[in-house]
Each structure stands twice: as structure tokens, then as C-alpha cells.
Design a protein around this ligand. Sequence first.
Ligand code: SAM
Ligand code: DTB
Ligand code: SF4
Length: 313
Amino acid sequence: MVEIRNDWSIEEIGALFNMPFNDLLFMAHSIHREIFDPNQVQVSSLLNIKTGACPEDCSYCSQSSKYDTGLEREKLMEVEQVLLQAKQAKGKGASRFCMGAAWRSPTDKSLDKVIPMIKGVKELGMEACVTLGMLTQEQAITLKEAGLDYYNHNIDTSKENYSNVVTTRIFQDRLDTLEAVQNADINVCSGGILGMGETQADRASMLQSLANLETHPDSVPINLLVPIPGTPFENVKPPSESEFVRTIAVARILMPKSVVRLSAGRLEMGEGMQALCFFAGANSIFYGDQLLTTDNPTVDNDQLLFDRLGINR
Ligand code: SAM
Ligand code: DTB
Ligand code: SF4
């Protein structure tokens, strides 16, 4: 029986990271098999419903107004447009539709405009997810009442490294929103990004913060930084492939029942690396030719990958 814990020490997590690679993968895969069908991967589609001009200074992001990334800003999309895209995503086989907005936090007025989008996605028979920045408790309850299934809000990196990545908010702000979302009984999707110059200790600490939440996030996206020209992190050296796979494996071991998503950055990963990530416990991807503002592998390529690996969704 796999034990669900939320008292992981940093030493224990460091020891997992330092296991021989094959032993670590075997352990993670064994846990994965106990809980999940190892040949099943959930697919979610993403749509950026409001682009650019964000007041935050996240050093990885194409949408921050602080950096000249050449991205054209776009105001909040119309409901009809959003639902058209959701319908297309469903037609291509996505089971969840995630809508992202480049906001620090939504105003109540803008939140009102997102509500019909959530309701429309639900009426299509899909799960609805949004990522809109920081929320108050009341806003989280409003989203729950609209039928929202998941709220994505990443902690992005370790608490120790946080101020090297963002200075316009603090780590605790992220935890506060996660708490509001959990209190409203919405499923939490929270993870982070690798490849922002963090150390292995930072990766361990980030996973510790997620795994020691009172309730583990239902979904844990692990992104590989997509380097954006014009941002402070455009030239940061990525982690080694084995280090990335190790992080997936440790996430799987710490949070056995959470769905671990192999998120942004898959365009830079070959078939073998993605296969290793699925073996190590990743069981979700973003599916669709676009992430928020950057490219994702095409639907055709992902179907080919799934066929080659015998993966179902
Ligand atoms: N503005 C909201 C927020 O920050 O919470 C929602 C949208 S934001 C773009 C969603 C998440 O996408 C970020 O928390 C980050 O983890 C991820 N992300 C953004 N830019 C990325 C990049 N260039 N590479 C990898 N992940 C990225
Ligand atoms: C998450 O963890 N990754 C997604 C989603 N949650 C919102 C976003 C990835 C963005 C990659 C860069 C871009 O396309 O702008
Ligand atoms: Fe804004 Fe979100 Fe990008 Fe940060 S990650 S700059 S909050 S859109």
C-alpha cells in the first residue's frame, strides 16, 4: 500500500534525487503502477484568453509588460471565440480545456466575463480549468459556483529562489491563493518550471512545498522553461535530461495520487526523453499545437508518439 504523506523532510527528498537513476525510476514506476494505469495519459488543451501587458515581472514570461518580447497584447477574448476553440479541442480528443489570462489577479468585472466561458466549456462535456493569477476567497467561491473543475496556480520554484524569479509578489501570495482554491473545493493544479538556473536543492524544496501541502495538488505540472527572447532568462542553460526525468520521478514518489503533467518544453524533448518521463510517472500532457504564446508539438506528432508507446488517453 502506498502511503500518502505530507511530512517529507528535505533530507529525504535530497536522498531520492541522489539515488542511482535506474533505482529511482524503478521506485517511481512501481508506485505509479500501483495507483494508475501506466499506459494512460490525460490530455488537456490550453488557450490564452488574454494576452500580454501583465504588470508582474516573472523573469520567464513572454507576457510581462516589463520585458520587450515582441508579443502583441490582446484584450480578453469573446466567449463565442473561446467556445469555438474549446469545441475544436474536444474534437481532437482533449478532455480538459484550460484557459489562461495574463493578469496579476482578476478584477471582479473581468471575472464575470470568464464565468460564461467556464459554463460553456462544461456544457460541451469537458472539464474546465482556468489560470487567472491571484484570487480572493470570494472569487474562488464564485468560480466554484460556475462549475470550475481545476484552478492552475504554479509555485514555479523554491521559496528560497522565488525572489530571483519574480519580485512583484512573494511566495506566500501563491500559497494563499492555493489555500483559497482548496477552501472553495476546486481541484488544485500547481507545479513549477525547471531550467531557470535553480539548483537541485531548489528543485527538492519546490517539490517539498507541494508535497507538504495539507492536501496534495490534484495535478502537478512540471514545465521545462521555454526560453523567451527579451526576458532575463532567455539564455539560461537547461538542466540535463536525466535531471529533468529525476524531478518527474521524485514528484511521483512524493505525491503518488497526483496527476503529474509533462508540461511546457516538450518541443525540445525527443521521443526517448518523453518516454522516460512517462515511465517515471508523468501521466498528463498539454495537447494542441499551441501552449499559451509558444508552440507545442503538433497533435499529429503527439498521436504518433502515443501510438509508438502504446499510450491511450
Ligand atoms: N498569470 C497567471 C499566473 O501567472 O498565475 C496565469 C498564466 S501563467 C503564464 C501560467 C504559468 O505558465 C506560470 O505560472 C508558469 O509556470 C508557466 N509559464 C509561463 N511562461 C513559461 C515559459 N516561458 N516556460 C515554461 N513555463 C512557463
Ligand atoms: C502550466 O504549468 N504550464 C502552462 C499552463 N500551466 C498555464 C503554460 C505554459 C506556458 C509556456 C510558455 C508560453 O506558451 O507562453
Ligand atoms: Fe503575468 Fe502570469 Fe506571465 Fe507572471 S506568469 S508575467 S503573472 S502572465
